[in-house]
Ligand binder design. Structure first.
Ligand code: GAP
Length: 556
């Protein structure tokens, strides 16, 4: 494809994931786990800057949802309490929650390459130049020809990016219109126009291949790894929970599971919280913590990993109010992501189709995803958070499996009932990825810095830096004093090494919004140079005003 422009050339501002991943490694945001042993697929380590970024996101969520929660529809502040439950719970938890039975992905193996993929992510690509594009919708529906190629993707954007990377398939072709829509939309076939070097026009069609088609005719479908026919197995259900053993023996009686969602730890403690904290329905319980899923195809950097973190609220409300709270939480959660720097254009709400709903969600009004336009889903969007109506499914199940009485006694109504649950469930790790993608800005025009990470100041891992221009003439001492004053309140970095341009470039890539430089003028009139990350503009400010300057812009 080198001679051809990529898809959506006219309007494709998709950022390069390769460049972002390289920056994350170079600047200490995220490293592959076990890197010296060649890594372990689906696991990632956070470096010093990544840890601060993740902590800032986590703390902002905890502050804005738990310590200082939003006001409800009636203007009264909500009541939300935190818990921190064990990762390993009684194995019956996961039978009751439906995860032992139903938390499966259909898995297909390529018998030659030994690679695996999720059958519900297999996309067929039909490529037609000349005679095939005029096929009627019915003919397409019948799919009497097999796909030219299959791709593993969950959104149209992801499939388009994969196609573009596939030089063998697309070499002489040029995509002249972008794929739009979501692969799971009811109108499943997505079409883009193509042109070959002779000006012949045609189309590429993408369609999610139904799992049943793979089951019924696996030998008719080319492998996404080698394009060979006849090498795929039939789909088999694969449970995503990691199993382990508790105690010294490792028999079936000792099996336990690493939690695949933090939510169940909340349901198990719902009664404890009610009994100890004097709360009344409606109220919420929140938890942030690790979750583990043995994903069949972990990919797209930290987007889908096998160990990740979630930030979940279970909001308990009277059944008849569930719809009101569901709409409330959809609105609150989308706005919250905007408040920490994700732009409106990159966010959308999408309601799940019934065949996508999790086993606990209510048919008909089940789940909205807050979606973010990641570079690898562009121009489509990928899930960042789900807001689900879990009904009273979990409390009923736990009452049945444990025998504990979990109904709520409503004193005003003099009635026992199971509250309904609205669940805003956000990915902390996925949120970090969205912040990284949003902030990542190539700056070819800027001298010194190839990239700027323009994080919202509340999220920035380093909030400001203090530099002596040179490491002599009393400048380091003045700089050190300013640094010591600021670090009590802010995440500050002190750096004396290398040229000032290199130090600024380092801070730009780390996403530090403000730098203060002590120079010869400081020694004369007590002013310092401040430099702003996003514009690289510089000005002077009195050294005594630096703390107030930061308080105005960052808070604190
Ligand atoms: N308690 C509901 C629940 O767990 P989910 O949609 O399966 O719902 C919620 O997960 C969020 O957790 C997702 O929106 C996503 O942000 C994050 N998440 C899920 N699986 C993930 C994975 N394998 N890697 C990273 N984040 C993941």
């Amino acid at each position: 494809m080198s001679q051809n422009p990529p898809a959506d050339t006219t309007d494709n501002p998709a950022k390069s994931m390769d460049e972002l991943v390289a920056l994350c490694k170079r600047r200490g945001f995220i490293f592959p786990a076990s890197e010296i042993y060649d890594g372990i697929n689906g696991f990632w380590d956070y470096g010093p800057l990544g840890t601060e970024l993740k902590n800032n996101l986590r703390d902002a969520w905890w502050n804005d949802m738990v310590k200082s929660p939003p006001a409800g529809p009636d203007g009264e502040p909500l009541s939300i309490l935190g818990v921190d439950s064990a990762i390993i719970q009684h194995p019956k938890t996961w039978a009751a929650s439906g995860h032992v039975e139903g938390f499966n992905d259909p898995m297909v193996d390529d018998t030659e390459t030994k690679q695996r993929f999720r059958a519900d992510q297999l996309v067929g690509a039909w490529i037609g130049i000349g005679d095939r594009p005029e096929l009627s919708a019915e003919e397409r529906e019948e799919r009497f020809f097999s796909p030219d190629r299959t791709i593993i993707a969950s959104t149209a954007g992801e499939a388009a990016q994969t196609l573009l990377d596939d030089k063998k398939l697309l070499k002489p072709l040029r995509i002249t219109s972008p794929f739009r829509g979501h692969l799971r939309d009811p109108k499943r076939i997505l079409i883009a126009d193509i042109e070959d070097p002779n000006g012949n026009r045609g189309q590429i069609q993408l369609e999610l291949i139904p799992v049943d088609d793979i089951r019924n005719q696996p030998d008719q479908i080319p492998s996404p790894y080698s394009s060979k026919m006849g090498v795929l197995t039939e789909p088999r259900q694969f449970n995503l929970m990691f199993r382990t053993f508790v105690g010294a023996t490792s028999g079936e009686d000792n099996v336990a599971y690493l939690r695949p969602e933090t939510a169940q730890g909340i349901f198990l403690n719902y009664k404890n919280v009610l009994d100890t904290m004097r709360v009344k329905v409606p109220f919420g319980i929140a938890q942030i913590g690790k979750a583990f899923r043995n994903e069949v195809t972990p990919r797209n950097f930290i987007f889908r990993s096998r160990e990740f973190e979630q930030m979940e609220i279970e909001w308990f409300c009277p059944p008849e109010d569930a719809r009101k709270w569901y709409e409330f939480w959809c609105e609150v959660r989308k706005n919250w992501w905007k408040s920490i720097g994700l732009t409106d254009a990159n966010l959308q709400m999408r309601e799940h189709e019934n065949d996508e709903l999790a086993h606990y969600a209510k048919q008909g009004c089940g789940c909205f995803d807050v979606e973010y336009r990641f570079p690898f889903t562009y121009p489509g969007y990928g899930e960042l958070e789900g807001v689900a109506d879990r009904t009273d499914f979990d409390l009923r199940q736990h009452e049945e499996y444990s025998g504990a009485k979990l109904k709520y006694f409503d004193q005003e109504r003099n009635e026992h009932y199971f509250p309904y649950v609205i669940e805003p469930s956000a990915g902390l790790s996925r949120g970090v990825l969205a912040l990284l993608c949003e902030a990542f800005t190539p700056t070819p025009e800027r001298k010194g810095s190839k990239y700027v990470m323009n994080f919202h100041p509340r999220m920035a891992p380093i909030q400001c830096a203090v530099f002596p221009l040179v490491n002599k003439d009393g400048m380091p001492e003045v700089a050190r004093k300013l640094y010591d004053d600021l670090r009590r309140k802010y995440a500050v970095q002190f750096d004396v090494k290398q040229s000032i341009g290199k130090r600024y470039a380092r801070m730009d890539e780390g996403g530090t919004p403000y730098c203060f430089t002590i120079d010869s003028e400081t020694l004369e009139n007590n002013t310092v140079t401040w430099r702003e990350r996003d514009t690289a503009a510089q000005d002077r400010i009195s050294i005594d005003r630096v703390a107030a300057f930061l308080a105005d812009r960052i808070g604190g």
